[in-house]
Ligand binder design. Structure first.
Ligand code: ZN
Length: 146
């Protein structure tokens, strides 16, 4: 059977999910959090690192800060895209004001910046606020084919 690996975006626990169960709201074996959440969850640096290194499903992280107007404007759009893309990609957020070292490590200069990760590698990076439809299009072009 084919499995996908993904870290729980709440507790960081690694989970193996059969591919054909992805659509059935799989839950974390450790804490019960939904693994394919339709909300963009806020990640701590520890959970972000685990998910970035483990996930073989596309993980899209919005690096934002509360003081950034365009970031706040994009937040509901990002949430909308997270819901539309549920089961295909996981969308999450890192607050760069709270966790400055994360953006420093990744060399993020301007926010909002969206970075897509898979298998521990950066798949794409996009700066600037976007409407939901554009986020969905961007993420969809980077989904694994087949
Ligand atoms: Zn968990």
């Amino acid at each position: 059977m084919d499995y996908v690996k993904m870290a729980c975006l709440k507790c960081g626990q690694g989970n193996r999910v059969p591919k054909d169960k992805l659509a059935n709201a799989p839950k974390c074996a450790n804490c019960g959090q939904s693994l394919m959440t339709d909300k963009a969850m806020d990640l701590t640096p520890q959970v972000f690192d685990k998910a970035k290194n483990l996930d073989d499903t596309l993980l899209v992280v919005d690096f934002w800060a509360p003081w950034c107007g365009p970031c706040r404007a994009m937040a509901p759009e990002f949430t909308k895209a997270a819901s539309t893309l549920r089961g295909k990609a996981r969308l999450a957020k890192v607050n760069t004001e709270q966790y400055q070292t994360v953006s420093q490590k990744l060399g993020i200069r301007g926010i909002p910046t969206m970075i897509g990760f898979r298998d521990g590698k950066e798949v794409f990076r996009q700066s600037g606020a976007m409407p939901a439809a554009q986020i969905e299009k961007l993420v969809t072009t980077h989904l694994r084919k087949g």
